[in-house]
Design a binder for this molecule. Structure first.
Ligand SMILES: [Zn+2]
Length: 142
């Protein structure tokens, strides 16, 4: 029963939903800002966590909330880190019809930053494939 994890990210004890666009720019690198706040996508196979398989958790790169457990990470071959499940209530999803595609966007439930997309072609037990940008996450080996 620990709920302290949401408070320990780069945003410190500031409520991330209160941050202005300018404050986000100061807190994030250019690449992080482009992906987390402008829903960008890193190049396939460019991310530092694509082939990363250590035990631990992946936190939101913007606010530090734990998003995914490394136990749910698997090799999807898609070129981005893939997980078959997110932590309970850690992410929100919404329809995304940009770029002429019908996809489901995944955002951090705490700070509403863009993380990636979720697809229905993942493995058991969920059948989900959370395809998440490495830049949007910070690995934490606990
Ligand atoms: Zn967040």
């Amino acid at each position: 029963m620990s709920d302290s994890t949401a408070d320990s990210g780069p945003a410190g004890d500031v409520d991330p939903s209160e941050l202005t666009d300018e404050e986000w720019r100061e807190r994030l690198s250019e690449e992080e800002y482009r992906i987390l706040r402008e829903a960008g996508t890193e190049a396939r196979f460019s991310g530092e966590y694509v082939d990363h398989d250590a035990d631990g958790v992946y936190r939101c790169g913007a606010c530090g909330t734990v998003l995914f457990d490394a136990d749910t990470k698997y090799d999807s071959g898609c070129g981005w880190p893939a997980f078959y499940a997110a932590e309970d209530d850690a992410v929100t999803t919404q329809p995304d019809t940009s770029h002429g595609m019908r996809r489901t966007e995944v955002r951090c439930a705490n700070c509403d930053s863009h993380l990636g997309h979720v697809f229905d072609d993942g493995p058991e037990p969920t059948g989900k494939r959370f395809c998440i940008n490495s830049v949007a996450m910070e690995f934490d080996d606990g």
